[in-house]
Ligand binder design. Structure first.
Ligand code: ADP
Length: 468
């Protein structure tokens, strides 16, 4: 029925205004009527009492002389729009302000009917065509009640007066409701407009336009929501860019070894490569397949670290021994190029609390890089030093170094410096990205200090072993 938020707000407001008016009308009209009646009754009663005091003298003779009193009755009546009577105990009207009823008897008149009420509302024994408010004050003297001063005020006068008051209340209510309606419209506009903007932005994002920026800068909940959505779309956009680059890199890195494998195999099949050279080219093919395997494994490792599936399996182990074992696994490569290791440990056994397999991989990648980018006949320095609650491990070479502007980028996936491209054709550019992920998963840090042409040093920390 009501499709928009604004329609719902307006409908709710109108319902509230209607109910508000109904409540005001119900309670205030009854209260106003009661209030006006008691106000009039009080005034008329004091008027009647004062007239009764004056009449008392007129009754001192056997027959009352009311000629002097009558003008006073007229004045009192004209003042209030009422009718004033002087009536004796038997119901005979002796004088009245309108000069029409004197001598008339109201046979049913019984002063006791009034009880102890200040006023009555009735047609006064059928005398008036409509309801009148009647107050009565006894005329007394010499321990006698001679009669009564009655003042009758038509209820229409009281009702007119009370409607007058009520109108003021209604008008005030209307003005208040009108003003609050305007305020509600302004506030709803202030809320609905940004919601529409956000809705439009959500459609843009769904259509793939992730660069759309929601133009809301207010410092309230809606402003914060818009800010969060802008941030979210920016992040998704970056992620999309990253994935595009990632896929482009993967495709490139897979295509080149596959192309060379295919080329060599075709050449072997069609006889371009003679059988005596098979050994050499099959060796190249094997090394290309090894590269593909390494690339796939690295990507799987990174993927599992990204998705958080690869939780750490921490144990206490001796980092010195792990370093020695990993360095020893490179003996073949190092021996051929005359590269040696210089290992320094601040203690004989240094236990750390980490994932053994993953730290082995970190050391393997760092030492592998240090060898790849070192000159022949050089030394690679590896140290493990205890400082406070941590052990700091450093792998340092005196190789080609890394250009200063490339240092922040070496941790990015698929990044290779231009210097390394010629030297390291087999590199994937994923090794350091994996190293960083592993060290961060341990809640630790890794740093690189490098000078082009001088060498590079990679330092990371690990927590010391926990007492079990
Ligand atoms: P890769 O598998 O290609 O070695 P990494 O992520 O391990 O990939 O390294 C990224 C790049 O950082 C390398 O291509 C190289 O340019 C640079 N790099 C890493 N370690 C060293 C080092 N010890 N000396 C010089 N350059 C290095």
């Amino acid at each position: 029925m009501f499709h928009s938020l604004r329609q719902k707000l307006i409908a709710a407001y109108l319902l509230f205004a209607f109910l508000g008016f109904a409540v005001i009308a119900l309670f205030s009209s009854a209260m106003m009527r009661k209030h006006t009646i008691s106000l009039y009754a009080g005034q008329l009663y004091s008027e009647a009492t004062s007239l009764a005091g004056r009449c008392s003298d007129a009754y001192q003779g056997t027959s009352p002389d009311l000629s002097e009193i009558t003008p006073r009755l007229e004045t009192a009546a004209s003042c209030h729009g009422a009718e004033v009577w002087i009536i004796d105990r038997n119901g005979l009207i002796s004088a009245d302000s309108g000069h029409t009823r004197a001598g008339t008897a109201i046979s049913a008149f019984n002063p006791a009917d009034r009880g102890n009420r200040l006023y009555t509302i009735s047609r006064f024994y059928g005398t008036f065509p409509g309801d009148v408010l009647t107050v009565a004050a006894p005329i007394t003297g010499n321990m006698n009640t001679y009669g009564y001063v009655l003042i009758h005020l038509p209820m229409s006068v009281i009702e007119d007066q009370s409607y007058g008051y009520l109108n003021t209340v209604y008008i005030t209510g209307l003005v208040l409701f009108g003003l609050s309606f305007l305020i509600m419209l302004v506030v709803s506009r202030a809320v609905i407009r940004p919601l529409r903007e956000i809705n439009y932005a959500a459609k843009q994002y769904a259509e793939g336009n992730l660069t759309y920026n929601i133009p809301i800068h207010s410092h309230d909940e809606i402003g914060y929501l818009a800010g969060t959505l802008n941030y979210m779309s920016g992040e998704i956009n970056d992620m999309e860019e990253y994935q595009k680059n990632f896929i482009a890199n993967i495709s490139h890195d897979f295509r080149s070894p596959l192309t060379s494998i295919k080329g060599y195999l075709e050449a072997i099949l069609d006889g371009t490569i003679p059988p005596e050279l098979y050994q050499k080219y099959l060796g190249i093919i094997i090394s290309e397949t090894k590269r593909l395997t390494k690339l796939t494994e690295s990507m799987l490792t990174l993927n599992s670290m990204d998705s958080g599936r690869n939780t750490l399996n921490r144990t206490n182990f001796d980092i010195n021994r792990t370093i020695k074992e990993t360095a020893a696994s490179f003996e073949g490569t190092c021996g051929a190029r005359g590269i040696t290791f210089d290992l320094t440990f601040s203690g004989e056994i240094q236990m750390v609390w980490a994932d053994y397999g993953k730290i082995q991989q970190v050391l393997y990648n760092l030492i592998d890089n240090a060898i790849k980018f070192s000159h022949d006949q050089s030394v690679i320095y590896i140290t493990a030093q205890e400082k406070g609650e941590k052990i700091f491990i450093s792998v340092k070479d005196t190789g080609i170094g890394i250009p200063r502007k490339s240092i922040p980028k070496i941790w990015e996936r698929f990044y290779k410096t231009d210097l390394s491209r010629g030297k390291d054709k087999k590199g994937t550019g994923l090794g350091l990205a994996i190293v960083k992920e592993i060290i961060q998963a341990h809640g630790e840090n890794i740093d690189c200090i490098s000078t082009e042409g001088v060498g590079s040093e990679f330092i990371f920390s690990l927590p010391k072993a926990k007492e079990l």
